[in-house]
Each structure stands twice: as C-alpha cells, then as structure tokens.
Design a protein around this ligand. Structure first.
Ligand code: ATP
Ligand code: MG
Length: 391
C-alpha cells in the first residue's frame, strides 16, 4: 500500500564538497543495491531521498537496510495538500498499524499550508478517534505515532520508522585489507570498518592440506556475506598459501612463540599485498585480552613488523557484544561451523602471553623470512565474490 519509501541519511555535519560526495555515493549505492528489483524513480530533495516502490516496499526496504549511510527509512503515503485527502491518508496508515493508543505529530515545513501543525494534529486525531472507536490518544507513551509532514511537494503520512545501519557510504573512504579468518571476530571487524566507508578487500591464510577445502569454502562464504556492504556488492578475497610458513614454524625451536611468529608472518604478507593493491590500512578482529595473541605485549610484538596502520575495530568489545553483532549482520551461523583454521591446527600447548620483540627476532634468525613470504605471495590466488554468488 505504500508507493514511497522515505530514506533519511546521517552525518549532517558534513559540509561543502564532502557532503556532495557523500550524497552522490549514497545515491549510487542505493541504485546498485536495488538494481535487480522493480522500482520507480529515486528522487532527492533537501536532505532526504524518496524511492518510488512497485507494491514491493518491504523487499526494497530489506535491501536498503544494508546500505551504509542510511539512518532510517519509512514507508509513506503522499497526498496533495488538501485537508480531506490528508485525513483519508492518515486513516489508511492507522488501519495498517497495530496498537491501541496513538498520537498524531505534524511538521509543517511549508508555511503556505493554511492549517498550523498543532491544529492539523488536533483535526487528524479527532478524525481517527471517530473512525476507530477502539483507539485512544496517549500523548506521553503511545503505541504508535501517526506522522504527517507538510512540505511543498505534498503531505507525507506514515507511522513506521525502520532503523538502518548509519555510517558512511561504502567506498567513501580509501581501501583497506581485512585479515579474514573463519572465526566470529574478523567478519565483524570487516563490517565495522566498512561502516565508516572503507572499501574492503580480504586476505585469508590457508594451510592446505593441513586445513581442509571445507574450511576454505567457509571463508569464501563469509566473504560473500560481507560483499553486500561493499560498493558494488563485490568483495575481493586473496587466499594466501600459508602451508610452508606453518611447516617451517612447526620445525622451529621456539614452540611457545609459534603463534606470535605466525601472526608476524600474516601481517608482513598482508602488508605487502596491501601495498600492491593500494590499500591504506590493515583490519583485524583482535579484541584486547581475548586470547594469548591479543594481550598488549603480543599485539605490540606482532605489530612491529609493519608501519602500515592496523585498524582493530573490536578492541574494546566483549565476546558477547561481538557475537551479537555477528548475529545481526548474518555471519554468525557460518562462523561457528566447526572446520579447523590454520591457527587451530598448529596451536602450541603453552603459547607465550608476553612475547618480546627481542625473543621473536632471535627465533626468526633460524627462518628464511623473506623466502617464505615470497613463496606465500607467489602462491596467493584471488577469488572474487558477489553478494549473490562466488564469481
Ligand atoms: P576470529 O574469530 O576472527 O578468528 P579469533 O578470536 O579466533 O578471531 P585469532 O585467531 O587470535 O582470533 O586471530 C586474531 C585475528 O587475526 C583475526 O581476527 C584475524 O583478523 C586474523 N587471523 C587469524 N587467523 C587468520 C587466518 N587464517 N587468515 C587471515 N586472518 C587471520
Ligand atoms: Mg581465529
């Protein structure tokens, strides 16, 4: 019944050129997200966007709820600036909204309209009470609010406000490279960086045949679940061949440092890839203190191999908060599938929780660090994913 979706977007503090770039990108991302669905015009007016639906507002809204930069959407009716028409529209919206108590809220941006906001709210409230004897007005804590916006383009009437993701439009910041494991954390870290406009690619370290084909498929699935949040609904995943590094570490004389050494290799390889791809930052799913490799000492020692900025959007989140986000963005079910990760295969019995840079540098003297990196990079393959499929 709603021929229009009203799309509200945020970051109103953005000024001048930034604002234009923000709005143009947002419009392009909206267009791309609904490209395969029937819809009418997309109309931009001051600070808001209207999308004409084709009797499919729910399906369109579901797509828009994944577009960063949108704060909320409402399915709305538009009526001409005529009191009788507005009354009829308010009645339809009320009929469509569950609840026993309500109030009417009017905003009159168009002062040409002769009835003031409080007066219009009173007229409509009275009309609705007469039309629906089971309803009562409650101005303090109503079950629903009938909202009427009187603008020069017409009167817009609605009750539902669907919250969306907020953030900045996909692609409005530079490129980043996510270290994507098969776990719960890193997809959420990727999501949060994309939320601030990062155009994300991923790298996954895979140790076939120590880790199975299934564990790789799982990571491809996770990357595909992240794809809709990227500009164009695409995600590039680099699958790095980590087997030789793992073998060399397993033979080494410092088993308690093997996780730290492994993470240093991951960061070095990721930093090289990032440079090659023009990425400006790495992104990881570290959360402070969660495991031995995420103590402050470990992060300090692991971080020392690169100057590249490393974003850790989960650093201050508890596991439960991360799980809730994973559920919300739809990656949780895939993340908990029980396939082994390269880290789980080679975990030492007693991983060092306070490794120092001197210790790991000594341990790395017996390794051909550069040769191992080159080999891993040479055997890295690219998989491109799209929101609906693995390309
Ligand atoms: P996750 O749930 O993301 O696997 P975790 O709690 O298991 O995280 P760790 O295994 O210590 O944490 O990994 C810390 C971070 O290192 C991950 O969030 C991810 O960014 C990166 N990482 C770990 N393993 C891999 C891998 N096989 N490939 C790519 N990145 C990885
Ligand atoms: Mg992990």
């Amino acid at each position: 019944m709603y021929p229009l979706l009203l799309v509200r977007y945020g970051e109103l503090s953005l000024k001048g050129r930034n604002r234009r770039v923000f709005e143009d990108l947002l419009l392009a991302n909206i267009r791309a997200s609904i490209a395969h669905l029937p819809h009418g015009r997309i109309i931009k007016t001051f600070g808001r966007i209207y999308l004409e639906t084709k009797d499919n507002w729910e399906e369109l809204a579901a797509r828009l709820q994944r577009v960063f930069g949108i704060v909320s959407i409402s399915p709305v009716l538009r009526r001409d600036l005529d009191l009788e028409e507005i009354k009829e529209g308010a009645k339809l919206v009320t009929e469509d909204t569950p609840g026993k108590t309500f109030k009417v809220e009017t905003r009159r941006a168009n002062k040409q309209f002769p009835v003031s906001s409080p007066e219009l709210s009173r007229i409509l409230g009275g009309h609705l009470l007469r039309s629906f004897p089971h309803l009562k007005v409650d101005v303090h804590n109503p079950d629903f609010v009938v909202k009427v916006e009187v603008r020069s383009e017409g009167a817009f009437i609605y009750s539902q406000v669907l919250p969306c993701l907020g953030g900045l439009p996909a692609g409005s910041a530079g490129k980043g490279l996510l270290l994507l494991s098969g776990g719960i954390d890193s997809p959420v870290a990727g999501f949060l960086s994309m939320k601030r406009g990062v155009n994300l690619e991923g790298v996954h370290f895979h140790s076939y045949p120590f880790t199975s084909q299934q564990s790789k498929e799982k990571v491809l699935d996770l990357a595909r679940l992240l794809a809709p949040y990227n500009a164009g609904g695409r995600f590039k995943l680099w699958v790095a061949h980590f087997t030789e590094v793992q073998k060399a570490l397993a033979k080494g004389s410092y088993p308690s440092l093997s996780i730290t050494l492994m993470r240093r290799f991951m960061l070095r390889i990721a930093a090289r890839l990032a440079q090659r791809e023009g990425a400006l930052a790495l992104v990881t799913g570290d959360s402070l203190g969660q495991v031995a490799s995420q103590t402050m000492e470990s992060i300090h020692t692991i971080n020392a191999v690169t100057n590249m900025p490393i974003y850790r959007p989960l650093i201050g989140l508890d596991k439960q908060e991360i799980v809730e986000l994973a559920v919300k963005i739809g990656t949780y079910e895939t993340s908990i599938l029980p396939y082994e990760d390269c880290c789980t295969v080679f975990v030492p019995k007693n991983p060092a929780t306070r490794p120092t840079i001197q210790q790991v540098e000594r341990a790395e003297e017996e390794l051909d660090v550069e040769g191992l990196m080159e080999e891993a990079l040479a055997k890295t393959e690219l998989v491109e994913l799209h929101r609906d499929k693995i390309l």
